[in-house]
Design a protein around this ligand. Structure first.
Ligand SMILES: Nc1ncnc2c1ncn2[C@@H]1O[C@H](COP(=O)(O)OP(=O)(O)OP(=O)(O)O)[C@@H](O)[C@H]1O
Ligand SMILES: [Mg+2]
Length: 323
């Protein structure tokens, strides 16, 4: 990778819960997303995926650590640097209904978004048809209200708004989870098309590994605020090394029923721990089939085991490959 477009170092985000308890939603995250690359981010509910996404686009501030965008630290951005960051980093949310103002037409929503970025009303209006077309919506949809169009069309409108400022980084946070199955593929294809046509870098968040596989060349797996494995898509699907990743993979049915029956299934033991009181050492150890005393005592760091393949497990290697 050349200079990454988005990069974090030791990124942490803590939430104060009452009675002095602190929830470490992000607990030392190091990731890098190159120009034009899409990183998939998977993990159970509550693992910190949305928190990471929001922090990368600047909707939340880090508690500790660094978010760098195009080589510059974003922490003290102000004036023209802050305006540039707002233009270049955009987010698409899970629920398109909640993301659109029900009292505004799609056209007004698009215009308001551009006015906030300093555009004139005339320029914003002139941009509208092109942006709608890029998101696969006819120009007359500018006059419609969110409740007058389908869920898939609403998500297209949210995507139109996100690309209106010509960003180069997009966080798509579960962009198809709220849609019915038949529209999911269309929205995924739209995002893939935009990514290729515009050279967008993207963080694509999902708890569904099979969706991520369609769109991302690299996949990161999160567990309780930490990245436990990052690998190129094929390496992750064929030689995942973290026991947690392997349990996620074994939950995806194989298309060939004979292979599916022959495959050993690894199921997760126990519940996800309370994120405000995670287990010591490796957070995953109480649920891990190969945990040892070392895992209860020492938190494993991400280490590189093959090209582009990093894993945070003391025993990753032959022991996990045989699971
Ligand atoms: N504003 C907040 N105040 C306190 N705790 C929060 C806040 N936002 C998130 N959390 C907690 O931080 C942790 C991570 O939340 P986050 O929404 O990032 O997870 P997620 O991986 O996106 O989950 P999901 O798959 O359900 O969307 C969770 O334990 C959540 O309860
Ligand atoms: Mg989330």
């Amino acid at each position: 990778m050349t200079v990454p477009l988005v990069e974090t170092q030791a990124l942490a985000r803590h939430y104060r819960l009452g009675s002095g308890r602190i929830l470490r939603a992000l607990d030392g995250v190091d990731i890098a997303i190159g120009k034009g690359e899409t990183l998939g981010l998977v993990g159970e509910s509550g693992s910190g995926k949305s928190t990471l996404g929001r922090t990368l686009v600047g909707l939340q501030r880090p508690s500790e650590g660094i978010v760098r965008f195009d080589g510059r630290d974003t922490a003290d951005a102000a004036g023209s640097h802050l305006r540039e960051l707002r233009r270049r980093r955009q987010m698409v949310f899970q629920d398109p209904s909640g993301a659109l103002n029900p009292r505004m037409t799609i056209g007004t929503t698009l215009q308001e978004h551009l006015l906030v970025q300093g555009w004139s009303r005339a320029a914003a209006r002139a941009r509208q048809p092109d942006v709608l077309a890029q998101a696969g919506l006819p120009g007359e949809f500018a006059e419609r209200y969110p409740h007058e169009i389908s869920g898939g069309q609403r998500q297209r409108a949210v995507i139109a708004r996100a690309i209106a400022t010509d960003p180069d980084f997009l966080v798509a946070d579960e962009p198809v989870s709220a849609l019915d199955v038949s529209t999911r593929a269309q929205i995924i294809n739209l995002l893939r098309h935009l990514q290729r046509a515009r050279g967008l870098s993207m963080l694509f968040i999902s708890h569904d590994l099979s969706i991520v596989a369609h769109i991302c060349r690299t996949v990161a797996v999160m567990y309780l605020g930490r990245i436990v494995e990052i690998a190129p898509r094929t390496a992750l699907f064929e030689t995942a090394l973290h026991p947690y990743t392997r349990t996620l993979l074994s939950a995806i049915p194989l298309p060939d029923p004979a292979r599916e029956r022959a495959r050993p299934h690894v199921s997760l033991r126990g519940e996800t721990p309370d994120p405000s009181a995670p287990p010591g050492g490796c957070h995953f150890h109480p649920r891990c089939p190969i945990a040892t005393t070392e895992c209860t005592e020492t938190s494993p760091l991400l280490r590189t085991l093959a090209a582009g393949h990093q894993v945070a497990c003391h025993h990753a290697g032959p022991a996990t490959a045989a699971l």
